[in-house]
Design a protein around this ligand. Sequence first.
Ligand code: BES
Ligand code: MN
Ligand code: ZN
Length: 509
Amino acid sequence: MDFQLKTLTVAQAAAEKSDVLIVLVGSAPLTTKDPLSVLAASARKAGDLPDKAGKLLTLYRPDDVVASRVVFAAIGDGKLASVRSGVTAAVNAVKAQGPKRVVVVFAQAADGTAVAGAVTAAADASYVYTTTKSKAEPRSIRHLTVGVADASGVNGAFNEARATVLGIELAKEWGNRPANHATPTLLGEAAKDLAKLPRIKCEVLGPKEVEKLGMGSFAAVAQGSAEPLRFIVLRYQGASKDQAPVVLVGKGITFDTGGVSLKPAAEMDEMKFDMCGAASVLGTFRALGDIQPAINVVGLIPSCENMNDGKAVKPGDVVTSMSGQTIEVLNTDAEGRLILCDALTYAKRFDPAAVIDIATLTGACVVALGGVRSGLFSSDETLASALEAAGEASQDRCWRLPLDDDYAEGLKSNFADVANIAGRAGGAITAAKFLQRFASDFPWAHLDIAGTAWKSGAAKGSTGRPVGLLVSYLTNRASSGAADTAAKAERKASSKASDAPARKARSAK
Ligand code: BES
Ligand code: MN
Ligand code: ZN
């Protein structure tokens, strides 16, 4: 699907070659006197087009319009969420007829955020998974033109949205692939493919290297599977080498049976989605390769299956993590934290500005927040607020949960430094408390996407979340980078001596 941005009035949009014309109608008065705008104004006055985002009114072959169908879609206040619901409703209403060319035109002034919302919502509503179907019908829409009164002012936002769609769709693709079509090895190859993009490098480690690094916790989860584990290291370099990177860590369990602590059969197929954190890291790098923001980013993906086997790790086994901390594996189904903890320890070598892990970590988070908001945990106020803001800005929302030390009480073990589970209560938080033990050396945040990464039921499928949030966070960070650099230079000047070791360590890499 390709996107195009054009300066178009509603009258000009009516003359564009297309199968469907979607006219987005906001609450503001419709001042232009072209036939479609006049029609929309009178429909609204008559109550046939209520001023509520997502309401639709469809016309067939109206005079002087090239498209055979015209859909008026209400977008209320014209803000991001409203534009998204208007465009989603309109695309859902027309997609069954298989339109190839669609024009979406704003009847009133629209800002960059609104344009971005039209792009991401149209892509989302028309997405179709095809890879493992023998007679798949791919998405019908080939070309989507977004028309606004003045395209020049919204070009940047449009391009970023288009890049974000590439990232979201890559994350959806890998999330949706069945586990036998998305093994750790295949994820490693997908990551290597990304290194064809400018400024991206990739390295993929296997079992021997992981053992050598001392990642005993990660290796323990992988040991019950015939599929060899992979540890993927992606780097995007958009800023000078000495700028500390943001590290993204994605949980890449390509299938989670629970291991010896076996999961019940019902809905176990959905555990193919247990690598959606990893997929969101791949998707974010896809977008970075396109947007090319001035920032450095590292992506770390520990990937393996969690299987039940003669060699599998058993409840009560004690494993030694890369950090040196020993862990009693009381429940082999709490495997996500076991692979993430070693990746967090590995992250330290990049002397990171921030580390964000993204994981389908707990059923408890699904109970707490459902499918609307991802769980956010952070030891750092600045990082937490920046992620919350990015979630709102992209409408890929999250909600902060607490990290009081009292929640770590239940993780005590008689046989190791820490246990991998606590009681049932506050399960999303105790999981985060476990991870926090491995993230004390840098500003850290954890996104529990167990409820948001995929949908169950008839619409079962990956959502591509939280690529939108992550891209928004990283691009914001890049554009405020100039201010950061100035502040850093000032700090450097005032405390040269104390700063030196960290910089030395960084440039040694
Ligand atoms: N991948 C699951 C979390 C999950 C479960 C996500 C259901 C989405 C839906 C994770 O590895 C897991 O099994 N967590 C356990 C932890 C428990 C054993 C402490 C859980 O949430 O039940
Ligand atoms: Mn599990
Ligand atoms: Zn899992």
